[in-house]
Ligand binder design. Structure first.
Ligand code: BGC
Length: 498
């Protein structure tokens, strides 16, 4: 790849519970992941992002950390993590790990001390005798009673108390956490809820009539995007830049791109995720608007799937559209993120209610389990290379009948070919992360994103569209006999030399 790995590369997101199970307990683990790293390298990815594997009671599947420097026993131990890192590096893959600084687990020893009544420990969280009216992102109130006349703040589940970033001990605590992982050799961090952290001073109630959009932190301006928060990342950037090679910080800054841009720069986060395509419907106008808005704030990370949203074949309505969307994210300037299973065109699964595990399900009736179903490896989730046990328990979420048919999905060769071609075009200098993009939409819902010498075109309407003049390098499905691009198909076209 020409360019800088985190800025121009392809990053594969691993949700370790559901990736590959080596010890046969039905839950994916680090050894299972290490044994299958060849799959990720074979796709041509530059890096992987590993969602939380640190010690946790798993009430939000790892986004509730009780020891920031440990590996949860269901995933293995620190030696397994070191082996994973070493093997990934041997294969040329960088490793980004998740870090969760907005909240911890209610099992964290400091929170346990606070619960036991230790005043000094209570100051490290938000305890109050007069809770305000803030809602939790997962539904209900953001305050949980302790039983002694006080409540504590949890913007997510009650098992995820929020750290008080105004307490002088919080920042140094996390400095040590990030150094611990950088010292071990991780290449970067994905920062969970990076727009959260600081809350409005004094924790005032929302004014009457202001009702935050359910399910999203950003709907409540008093709990996110506070002026002090980017300062945390200035501090982290100094630490990251002190390593050789410098480590990288990528933030889940779930704000509109103009606001998120304040968190990014040479002295703060390297990048913030651009979520525009996650919320845009299948419409050329909506994609142009999202794409234009995102590109106003480079460097960009393109993403259409992750562990929190409905998988694209279901969200957009077909596997063909999902394939087209994949070709779009791989064909725009900036980093592209691919979520495990996206390369197989996996759809969202309607997980039976009794099997749902997402803590948001109980509180709000909204479940993210359907995009977290274990991967369909041939031979089974718990039977791959590295599997130590012939016996295996059922997977932690039920896998639908015939799930392994997706191993034959045409999305897989498309994904490999597109990543290989992307690398080639980057190496030839045809594509660069700094390319300007001109977006256009024609009457027949043809979306075009044009870079010098290269057009990305998507047929987003009901019928076929004309392909711009030039050489079709790849398309997400066959062209029509008359050379047009069928509905729900994308193509990369090499236009006249720049
Ligand atoms: C993660 C979610 C998690 C939440 C709370 C997010 O934005 O992506 O999976 O539930 O943070 O940590």
């Amino acid at each position: 790849m020409a360019g800088v790995w985190w800025r121009d590369g392809v990053v594969y997101q691993v949700y370790p519970r559901s990736f590959s199970d080596a010890n046969g307990d039905g839950i994916g683990d680090l050894a299972g992941l290490t044994a299958r790293l060849g799959h990720i390298a074979g796709l041509g990815c530059d890096a992987l992002w590993l969602t939380p594997f640190q010690t946790s009671p798993q009430r939000d599947h790892g986004y509730d950390v009780s020891d920031y420097r440990g590996v949860d026993p269901i995933f293995g131990d620190l030696a397994d993590f070191d082996a994973l890192l070493a093997r990934a590096h041997e294969l040329g893959l960088r490793v980004i790990i998740d870090i969760v600084p907005n909240h911890c687990s209610s099992d964290h020893p400091i929170f346990q001390k606070a619960l036991a009544g230790d005043e000094s420990a209570r100051e490290r969280f938000h305890f109050s005798a007069t809770p305000n009216n803030w809602p939790s992102v997962f539904g209900g109130s953001a305050w949980e009673p302790v039983g002694d006349g006080t409540w504590y703040l949890h913007l997510y589940a009650p098992s995820q108390p929020d750290w008080n970033w105004r307490d002088p001990r919080t920042a140094p605590f996390f400095d040590e956490v990030i150094r611990f992982w950088f010292d071990r050799g991780v290449d970067g961090l994905r920062v969970d809820v990076a727009h959260g952290l600081y809350k409005a001073p004094g924790l005032p109630s929302l004014p009457d009539g202001v009702t935050p959009e359910p399910g999203r932190l950003r709907g409540n301006p008093l709990v996110c995007d506070q002026p002090e928060t980017p300062g945390v990342f200035r501090r982290w950037r100094e630490i990251a830049d002190g390593y050789d090679p410098p480590r990288v910080l990528i933030g889940e800054v779930n704000l509109e791109p103009g606001r998120a841009a304040r968190f990014v720069g040479p002295d703060r986060l390297h990048q913030a995720f651009a979520f525009g395509f996650l919320v845009a419907p299948w419409s050329a106008g909506a994609w142009r608007a999202a794409g234009e808005q995102v590109l106003r704030h480079p460097p960009v990370t393109w993403v259409v799937e992750n562990h929190d949203v409905v998988r694209t074949p279901t969200r957009y309505g077909s596997e063909a559209r999902a394939r087209a969307a994949l070709l779009v994210v791989l064909g725009l300037p900036g980093a592209a993120y691919v979520y495990q299973g996206q390369e197989y065109g996996l759809p969202e699964v309607d997980v039976p209610e009794e099997a749902r595990q997402d803590p948001a399900w109980e509180r709000s009736g909204m479940s993210r389990d359907g995009c977290r179903v274990p991967l369909p490896w041939s031979g089974g989730f718990s039977a791959g290379p590295g599997c130590e046990s012939a016996e295996s328990g059922p997977p932690w979420l039920p896998v639908p009948e015939g799930w392994d048919r997706y191993l034959e999905s045409p999305t897989l060769p498309l994904c490999r070919d597109a990543i290989a071609l992307r690398r080639l075009l980057q190496a030839e200098g045809v594509l660069s992360a700094d390319d300007p993009v001109v977006w256009s939409v024609d009457g027949d819902d043809r979306l075009t994103a044009r870079r010098p010498g290269f057009a990305l075109v998507v047929a987003m309407g009901a019928g076929p569209v004309a392909v711009p003049d030039g050489e079709v390098l790849i398309s997400s499905g066959p062209l029509a006999p008359d050379g047009r691009l069928p509905a729900d198909t994308a193509a990369w076209v090499r236009e006249d030399v720049r």
